[in-house]
Design a protein around this ligand. Structure first.
Ligand SMILES: [Zn+2]
Length: 250
């Protein structure tokens, strides 16, 4: 049984996953305190007309049947996936798309193929470039994407700061707009591994990690940690189907 508080699924221990901003600030404070600081920023910006604050720059769709989409065409289950790149956050849309396609090959060991993939690039106010629950709830709602959705941002205001955070159902009760999303900060290494790792957290709706050598769900994401056990696959397929995130392939 997983404690709800463990379901955030941070990618790395704080000692390894601290963002540049967190390292500069030193010791991490409680999350709700950091969120309060974000609220102030959101209030300051609230005079901006909402309709003018988010603009879709481009949208690219890669169908599941496209050979570039990895193993999606041969998979038992299809995972439609949304990728949101926030302009000015330091991410290349092409790199993000390529990494998501590599992640599809990792999830193929569970019979899951990512696709169709839709990448949307958004322009908006600077506050959207950092993960911060209050502001990111607004972004998640206004982007109006399907789920799961991966948001590629510059940094995180959360403390402790992690390179990536997964938000499932169990840890989104106070922020429902962010359910089934992943937030990945710029400079995150081993991006395909991180995408696959965080997607497993979301699909399984669990913050559980593994100590098994070579397992994708080790806390320390690394290229050599890529394997999922049959039990992990069963758990994520069952939960994700129940939550309507996975479709049986035709
Ligand atoms: Zn994790």
């Amino acid at each position: 049984m997983i404690a709800l508080s463990a379901t955030a699924g941070p990618k790395r221990p704080a000692t390894r996953g601290l963002s540049t901003a967190a390292r500069a600030l030193g010791a991490a404070g409680a999350l709700w305190v950091a969120t309060g600081a974000c609220c102030a920023r959101a209030d300051e910006a609230s005079s901006v007309p909402e309709a003018a604050t988010l603009r879709l720059l481009r949208s690219v769709v890669v169908p599941a049947s496209d050979p570039a989409g990895g193993d999606a065409a041969a998979a038992k289950y299809r995972l439609p996936l949304e990728l949101a790149v926030i302009a000015g956050s330091g991410w290349s849309a092409d790199d993000v798309l390529a990494a998501a396609q590599q992640a599809s090959r990792l999830l193929a060991q569970c019979g899951v193929g990512i696709g169709p993939l839709r990448l949307s690039e958004f322009d908006g106010p600077a506050r959207y470039r950092n993960l911060c629950t209050l502001v990111s709830r607004e972004l998640a709602r206004r982007a109006n994407l399907g789920r799961p959705a991966l948001f590629f941002v510059a940094d995180t205001r959360h403390r402790p700061a992690f390179d990536a955070e997964a938000i499932g159902r169990a840890n989104s009760r106070t922020r429902p707009e962010m359910a089934d999303t992943v937030w990945i900060t710029a400079g995150t290494r081993d991006l395909a591994i991180v995408i696959a790792h965080e997607l497993v957290h979301v699909l399984a709706d669990s913050g559980e990690h593994s100590d098994e050598p070579g397992n994708l769900m080790r806390e320390d994401t690394a290229p050599e940690n890529a394997r999922l056990t049959p039990d992990q696959c069963r758990a994520l397929v069952t939960k994700a189907q129940a939550n309507g995130l996975l479709e049986r392939a035709p």
